[in-house]
Design a protein around this ligand. Structure first.
Ligand code: SF4
Length: 356
């Protein structure tokens, strides 16, 4: 690595952010740690344009920590529905409860207390401290990792422990030395903006980058090689059958266990592929089914595997369920999308019933 940390890095980022960065997101121009925390959690793994309407709806329903802590998890997950990575919604809800219990409903300002809240890692904790409290902490989200890997010409792929350790060290060293009011916010926002708009994963716009004069990857004319590609792992494919059981404009849904994939969400009943559907429905629900139809399969990607779903639609002979433990319910089709349901199930329902 040829580049050494220097004062100019933060100076360039701050000035670039003030002139060319983004200033009008709904979570900017506030010091409310709750609003900032919410935006940081929603922005994990999700694009800004997708987040904005969810963020606005969420704040309208739950304008502060107390109102979130009083909400039911069902209602929170319903608001989260379609945003994905539902553990984020569950963790927000749990954290609000912890903040009320342990901090009198006031969002903590100290690193250790923030990091103890579920779903908040080192970079998210730092971002909250920067934007809500003006504290000098280094952020290192995926975008910033990409910038620093290129700037220093650092070897390794994102997520690799050795590279991560190095990048945290560099991120700390590069923090602005002058603790001028507002600079740490502009600096941190500048890194996020640079990663989103200039130093993008593909086709970075190096000619207009404020740090291009010292960028090691650019100097070597090897921008495309940084960061290195993650070693490829073959994604496991899992298969499941999802049952769309209808009875008089109502559909049978099951609530998922609180732990695991789609925890706490309402989902179509699932069964192993290749089993007899009529027998399964009779044995599990006590329902006789008719007009069984096989719909086209859909695929949904998770981080570590792909789920191939075989949807089947059918009519049930009655609404009486043999084993109703409160986790299965007949839901009117007109209100099914108001519940917290996973994205592929939402797609299936939309495709097959909602527009009828
Ligand atoms: S010069 Fe190019 S590769 Fe280097 S930090 Fe700027 S945009 Fe990224």
């Amino acid at each position: 690595m040829s580049n050494k940390p220097d004062f100019n890095f933060s100076f360039q980022i701050i000035h670039w952010q003030k002139a060319h960065g983004r200033h009008d997101f709904p979570w900017q121009n506030t010091r409310d740690p709750y609003a900032i925390w919410l935006s940081e959690i929603m922005l994990q793994q999700t694009r800004v344009a997708t987040v904005i309407p969810y963020y606005q709806r969420f704040l309208q329903c739950y304008p502060d920590i107390k109102s979130l802590s009083l909400a039911s998890l069902d209602d929170v997950l319903a608001l989260w529905s379609g945003l994905g990575y539902y553990s984020r919604g569950r963790n927000l809800h749990k954290s609000a409860d912890l903040i009320v219990k342990n901090h009198g409903g006031k969002f903590p300002s100290e690193s250790n207390s923030i990091k103890k809240l579920p779903g908040i890692g080192r970079s998210t904790a730092a971002a909250i401290q920067v934007f809500a409290f003006g504290k000098h902490h280094a952020i290192l989200d995926g975008n910033v990792k990409r910038i620093l890997t290129r700037y220093f010409g650092a070897k390794g792929y994102l997520g690799e422990k050795k590279l991560d350790t190095l990048l945290w060290k560099k991120a700390e060293e590069l923090l602005p030395e002058n603790k001028v009011n507002g600079d740490i916010e502009a600096y941190s926002q500048g890194l996020m903006d640079l990663g989103s708009t200039i130093c993008t994963r593909n086709k970075p716009k190096c000619a207009v980058c404020p740090i291009h004069l010292k960028c090691a990857a650019l100097q070597k004319n090897k921008v495309g090689e940084f960061p290195a590609a993650r070693p490829r792992k073959l994604l496991l494919v899992k298969e499941t059958t999802m049952l769309m059981i209808i009875r008089r404009k109502e559909i049978l849904l099951e609530r998922r266990p609180s732990k695991g994939i789609w925890g706490g969400l309402w989902c179509l009943p699932e069964m192993p592929v290749n089993e007899d559907i009529s027998l399964y429905c009779y044995q599990k629900f006590g329902l006789k089914i008719k007009q069984l139809a096989h719909m086209p399969s859909v695929e949904h990607s998770f981080t570590h595997f792909k789920l191939r779903i075989y949807p089947k639609s059918m009519l049930a002979d009655s609404k009486n369920l043999a084993t109703n433990k409160g986790e299965q319910e007949w839901i009117p089709l007109f209100r099914v999308l108001e519940l917290g349901i996973p994205a592929p199930v939402r797609i299936l329902l939309n495709l097959n019933f909602i527009n009828e």
